[in-house]
Design a protein around this ligand. Structure first.
Ligand code: ADP
Ligand code: MG
Ligand code: ZN
Length: 482
């Protein structure tokens, strides 16, 4: 049997930490990185008698994401207790949603090899995060752990996909698009290192043509796109190997070891948790009415996929460009502001994708904080278009324009970079060059037309790259031939 006979089936569970100022059931701050246990109160410490009060903003954000993912927004949903014991969970249960979540049955489209593919979203529900354990010392040296409850009860949305994803690469495309949607909605900062966007991946394999799903394993807490891709690829190969070898895949939770590039069993089904869910008695069923949903619907921004489609139809840009431009809302805004002033979308897109992105990346600045404003980029492009400077000079001064935020016009004047478009000045230089290279001139006239480039180079050298290239080519050809 060869491995090509198999296909992968992947379903993803994403946890997105919400950008609310306060926690989901109390007024404590959600700020990352405070003094341990300084953002706590009786409610998020789980002290007896403390009662949860639902943060309305969390519901706003859940509805927002639900609408963006084309879900049904359930007018009534229920909070439930998910019971298990762990030191970072002071109540002995996590408040989550189970049988009746707020959003169900949506989808997210991604671009796959130039075509749209729809990944169905099973549910989006609200829940609280757990605290954090800090392990000190080693097992040998009488180790101990400290617990920090600052993260306890920070609001999360869990987004569960249907098993519609077929390859590790596709999983990453889905996750990137979902992250972009969250960023566009401004409800999550998407920071994977700090854990504000994290993913558990369920994966199984089956023979092509078979419709039943295979037994799946779950990969936990993958905190980078690269790890997700690598661990899924490893796990699919491992499962295929088990089946080809005559064995059976065991349903279990596995952890990815990045150094070894392999996954390891963490717990099997036998030890799987029975969470004994039941409705949270301290919270009423949540009802949202049509007005609430409509109000949120009206506040929705244009989403990444809509923006990509519009950039293609309205501005005639290729898909390659729009995927880059729309992957970051600030960059898309920067682009649109610039074409408002210099209405040549493809030219603007080229400059943004090459020169601007290079500078933004190397300086680690966001488009919104770019020292080179859209107005200044447009001004630069006008200078090039009207022949004041050459493209070459434009690219040369770009890094300085970016760093100094001076106007392109004044920099060009200050540095004396004005393109020479004065015929007589160019002709004078051409004559000098021709005098200096009689042999090359003779060769050219004898048929070695390729030498034109050599003469262009010589004139450019003399004018320090400032001769108008179009004019120079014309004048030079005329002069050499005649
Ligand atoms: P549970 O309730 O056990 O967590 P769910 O039905 O909620 O299971 O599924 C969890 C995730 O696993 C979903 O993203 C789903 O798409 C995915 N999934 C379910 N079955 C399979 C399978 N056989 N192969 C791959 N993914 C699966
Ligand atoms: Mg689940
Ligand atoms: Zn609190």
């Amino acid at each position: 049997m060869d491995h090509g006979e198999f296909e992968g089936v992947i379903g993803l569970e994403v946890h997105a930490q919400l950008l609310t100022d306060t926690k989901i059931f109390c007024g404590c701050s959600t700020k990352f990185g405070g003094e341990p246990n300084s953002h706590t109160c009786p409610t998020c410490m789980g002290l007896p008698g403390a009662l949860p009060v639902l943060n309305k903003k969390v519901v706003d954000f859940a509805v927002k994401l639900g609408l963006a993912l084309h879900c049904d927004i359930n007018r009534r949903s229920i909070f439930a207790r998910k019971n298990y014991y762990y030191p970072d969970l002071p109540k002995g249960y996590q408040i989550s949603q189970y049988e009746e979540p707020i959003c169900t049955d949506g989808y997210l489209d991604i671009y796959l090899d130039g075509n749209k593919k729809r990944i169905r979203v099973k549910r989006v529900h609200m829940e609280e995060d757990a605290g954090k354990l800090v392990h000190e010392g080693t097992i040998e040296s009488s180790s101990y752990s400290l617990v920090d409850y600052n993260r306890s009860s920070v609001p999360l949305l869990e987004i569960v996909s249907e098993p519609d994803i077929e390859t590790p690469g596709e999983a990453v495309l889905y996750l990137k698009m979902l992250r972009d949607v969250l960023l566009y909605l401004e409800i999550c900062d998407g920071n994977m290192e700090e854990g504000s966007f994290r993913c558990d991946a369920n994966v199984s394999v089956r023979k092509k043509g078979v419709s039943d799903l295979g037994t799946r394993t779950e990969l936990k807490n993958l905190n980078s796109f690269r790890f997700i891709e690598r661990s899924l690829a490893y796990e699919m190969e491992r499962q295929i190997g088990v089946i080809v070898g005559g064995g059976e895949v065991v349903q279990e939770t596995r952890l990815f070891n990045a150094e070894e590039g392999a996954t390891y069993s963490m717990r099997g089904k036998e030890e799987a948790h029975d969470y004994r869910y039941f409705p949270e008695p301290d919270l009423l069923p949540l009802t949202v009415d049509d007005q609430w949903v409509d109000r949120i619907r009206q506040s929705l921004p244009e989403l990444p996929m809509e923006k990509m489609d519009r950039f293609m139809t309205e501005h005639g840009l290729p898909k390659y460009d729009v995927e880059i431009l729309a992957s970051d809302k600030e960059l898309a805004d920067y682009f649109e502001e610039t074409i408002g002033l210099f209405p040549e979308p493809k030219t603007v897109s080229n400059w943004i994708m090459t020169e601007l992105l290079r500078e933004l990346k190397s300086g680690n600045v966001s488009p919104k904080r770019s020292p080179l404003s859209p107005a200044n980029l447009a001004e630069l492009l006008v200078l090039i278009k009207d022949g004041t400077i050459s493209i070459k000079i434009g690219k040369e001064i770009f890094p300085e324009l970016f760093r100094s935020s001076v106007s392109p016009k004044s920099l060009v004047e200050k540095k004396g970079l004005l393109q020479i478009s004065d015929e007589s000045a160019i002709v004078a230089t051409i004559d000098r060059v021709i005098d200096r290279f009689p042999k090359e001139v003779a060769d050219f006239r004898g048929g070695k037309e390729k030498l034109l480039g050599f003469f262009v180079g010589q004139v450019m050298k003399e004018t320090k790259g400032k001769a108008n290239p179009k004019l120079l080519n014309e004048l030079l050809a005329r002069r050499l031939k005649g």
